[in-house]
Design a protein around this ligand. Sequence first.
Ligand code: ADP
Ligand code: ASP
Ligand code: MG
Length: 417
Amino acid sequence: MARLVLKFGGTSVADIDRIRRVARHVKREVDAGHQVAVVVSAMSGKTNELVAWCREASPIHDAREYDAIVASGELVTAGLLAIVLQSMGINARSWQGWQIPIRTDGQHGAARIQEIDGAEIVRRFAEGQVAVVAGFQGLAPDNRVATLGRGGSDTSAVAVAAALKADRCDIYTDVDGVYTTDPRIEPKARRMSRVSFEEMLEMASLGAKVLQVRSVELAMVHKVRTFVRSSFEDPDAPGMGDFDNPPGTLICDEDEIVEQQVVTGIAYARDEAQISLRRVADRPGVAAAIFGPLADAGVNVDMIVQNVSESGASTDMTFTVPAGDVKKAVGVIEAAKDEMRYDAIQSEEGLAKISVIGIGMRSHTGVAATAFKALANRGINIRAITTSEIKISILIDGEFTELAVRTLHSVYGLDKA
Ligand code: ADP
Ligand code: ASP
Ligand code: MG
């Protein structure tokens, strides 16, 4: 007997028929004698609808009320799954975040889980009860519901698994594992049987939304054995209930991966924007003068390129922000023109960031040069580049996103087994 946490994302619970199939996955594990907690997302499209209603009600709104509204999607699915499970003869009970409680910090809209009291759920496991937990939410110190940022149910699941000391956390979604790149963009993408925590962290933070970044961090820190697998397969097909080797992708330590590739995957993020400050007076403290106020305003600055000034007097500073932050960023920069001391400001939206990820880059040279050459051959212009030990990110015009992803995917041989 083991203890399992199963998480089902939005498309997996999109309607009652799909919730019934989810229930069959749950039943399979219950019938095998396991203790099961399930974490659910809102039905697909629901959270977007709720967010849109908040914006329609008022473009600038109270984050506590936003949380009260958007957390509701998960409450519905938790209740519905509990009803379906009960109708199949399974002892099940739904849990809202505050009932457990899942305690978070006070950052409404992007809260972080701080503590989960799993005692009551564990007690009920002993009575054979299945817990159906509403994902994406917790209870903030102000005693109000807080949500964990988009895609946050993954994080709820891994955090619940850590708190319950579960043997495994299965993230069921609409693809059957983690691929070398988004299979919706590159049909030749290959499913990986294993991917390291570090590479998965990079892929998630560079745009692969199959797992929320924070869920990967938690899995790494708490050593939660996490699989990404499909909810669409027949729950009773052979091998689905295999305890040690379930179908899907295992997120694991680097040393559990036998054949390490130089490049593991390609990720992309659309809706990037570029802001350039022209002829900034070059002096010690110039970067602090620009990025301090942006950070204070909560603008998420990503790539930064500063030119070496020819004259020594002035320089150009270019950086990227999510497209949704452009107005705020430009407002902050214009308001601080006197301290920042620049000549002109330019901004451009509709860009994309394409990233090449692989632990093997630590010990191999020429990976970046290969990418630059391949993109040049396709006539794709590179606007900015950043690198770290295990990734290269390239900023390009958004219209070339698909072409760039496919080009890089093929140039590193990721489409070949
Ligand atoms: P859920 O609603 O189950 O949380 P998401 O839509 O958040 O599902 O995440 C699954 C999606 O992630 C897939 O449909 C796929 O398009 C996308 N995705 C992006 N990159 C990858 C990748 N490298 N491997 C698998 N899926 C990916
Ligand atoms: N329903 C939330 C969202 O759409 C959380 C999740 O699905 O993980 O962002
Ligand atoms: Mg998701």
